[in-house]
Design a protein around this ligand. Sequence first.
Ligand code: GAL
Length: 811
Amino acid sequence: MKELLKRFALLSSVFCLFVACNFEENDIRIVEDFNFDWRFNLGENPGASKLEFQDKDWRKLNLPHDWSIEGEFSEEHPTKPEGGALPAGTAWYRKTFTIPEGWVDKSVSIEFDGVYRNSEVWINGRYLGKRPNGYISFAYDLTDHLNYGEQENVIAVKVDNSEQPNSRWYTGSGIYRNVRLVASEKLHVSHWGTYVTTPEVTEEKALVNYEVTIQNNSRLIKKFKLETKVYDANDREVGKATTLEKLYPKKTLIKVSDIELSNPKLWSLGDPHMYRIVTRIYEDSELVDNYSTPFGIRYFNFDAEKGFSLNGVPTKILGVCLHHDNGALGALANKAAIERKLNILKDMGVNAIRTAHNPPSLELLELCDQMGIIVQDEAFDVWKKKKVKYDYSVDWDKWHKKDLEDLIKRDRNHPSVMMWSIGNEIREQFDKTGIAITKELVDIVKSLDATRPVTCALTENEPNKNFIYKSGALDLLGFNYKHEAYEDFPVRFKGEKIIASENMSALATRGEYSMPSDSIQRWPSAHNVPFDGNEDLTVSAFDQVSAYWGSTHEETWKAVKKLDFISGLFVWTGFDYLGEPIPYPYPARSSYFGIVDLAGFPKDVYYMYQSEWTNKPVLHVFPHWNWEEGKEVDIWAYYNNADEVELFLNGESLGSKSKQDDDLHLCWQVNFQPGTIKAVSRKNGKVVLEKEIHTAAEASKIELVPHKENVIRDRYDLVYVTVNILDSNGKFVPKADNLIHFEVEGGGKIVGVDNGYQANLSSFKAKEIKAFNGKCLVIIQSNGKHDDIKLRASTDDGAMEASIEIETVNN
Ligand code: GAL
């Protein structure tokens, strides 16, 4: 028994490294990574819920898994280009496993972080339940249906994503987030059974209010010691409370305690200090459960005049909206993928994420906690009134209460979460049914967490016409788009706290440039008039094109920046995402809205934000310098920390310029001559930065740039390797489109390729991809082997070739 426990403690500690979770290394509670060795088959598979069903011919795979991303693009798929033009349908997953004899007295449950969609779960042929919502986390108690010892158990999961369309964006299909098996003693802390708040925070002390729910699943009355300890980030014990308790069989106990901490270290954007509160349950001095909850100590405020402040410091919320997909990986939740995405955004100056328009993965929240990023946690894109035929509106009546409750219970201990959003552009804002539903949803949220404001992303900004606003129940008004109206808001919405919940919807393709760059184009320019765009379905990356309901990046940022009462904004979107390929028809299949493209390569406007949202010196000059002789080319520069920028063509000065009034970029018109464009930014006459762009010759070299130095050998970790196509002098070739093949040996395998082109129809799962505007990407995942990863990239004709080695390391 001890051996078994040791084995599982080891497994759980391995698991702990990739999902920061509620247990410790020498836990009595066993949390097993349940992602490995599943069987999968598409289709209805009659009888697959039964224990004896034969699944030996089914495909073997590990979770998380998204079957849609493995498919081929087609306009015919019922998901439509809005949903990513990839297949959906129905499929089954089955996993066969044994449970140690020694667990016979334990409570055992299975936890799913997210299954898209309509999951139904059976254990050994017994039906456990259904969860229609594809973004919600849920658990089932398996205890009464398990076989112990050598006899096998089978978990069967049916996933039904066949009713289409059910989303306005790509959803993915399958068990696309993590799964865990949890075994605890019969007396234990319940699932999501803790709630930590910090009602009083000063420099000298913090009051930690802690609520824990204990469950007695045994048939005996339990007397036990309940010990609560708080640890700081260095694992130093900084607070403690102990009580003696008694709990009757099959009952739960909610215990609330206050613990005072002196000189608390606050969670802030620059220094997101995390604490941990641990409940230990002792029966006759034997430890029977321990449960750890990470939390942070911070206070914040939204003010109707001054906007947002964190720990007393006025702070503009500089956010982006993100959908849940991870580009070429599809919907799968992978910590390394999300971490890369957040790092790219944080480097740009982003300090907040809106989880558009659904509950996020746990990994996103854990990373935002650790990285100091504020989260607006959003529940719904629709209520009872639909946006597309089979969306969540069909499940609204039966499920909205449970889903919203579960979201709050799961996420309310994360210090990064500072706003709950009950919806996005909800239809009910336009009629009086919106009043009652808003009140009901706000009540649900407040009954579980009253420490954060409840907001909703509204489009109707006439107070009398907006019934969600008229409910009077929102703490914080979110408005999408229409920045022109902001100045009037203090009068229209007197005394209200306001945030710009979604903005811009500007459009761009990385590396594409249309001139003149100052002509602003809206899509569509008139109702039903197709976008007058480019034949290759690209959009200029000069910040000059937007959806008609939105604006360019500069237009809205200029408006928000000067209005203190706007607490902040969320740009639509941080990254391009799969689906919603406005403004083009198929073969466009992913969005153009991102500041960063689908592969993770920044578009030029990234540097406008960086120059405005960070203090690091920025000088970004574009476009490329490969044009037809004599063409008049617009050259833009984003810069900061300088008084002026001087531009040179082949050594000759084209003059210095500096931003006037509220300008956010500089522009020169230059007749193209091959050679070098050089920009120099200066402050008080001293050079701050210099940048050069060169006319490139023919493509002749491949440069491989991994996004990190080593990969953990855990079968989860990823390395993203960027391919840059260079000429023989090492200059970037801006229009290169060579087909690049990848071969990987050693400790990794290829799990995705991409080039960021929104109308590219080659598979994300191929081992080759064409460069697009000089770049492409290969994503490699650890395969668990101890060897280093060897990557070789080459062209068909063998003319170009490059190799790199990436070290693999232990956890
Ligand atoms: C908004 C909507 C987003 C997205 C965006 C595209 O109105 O909230 O989900 O569709 O438009 O511009």
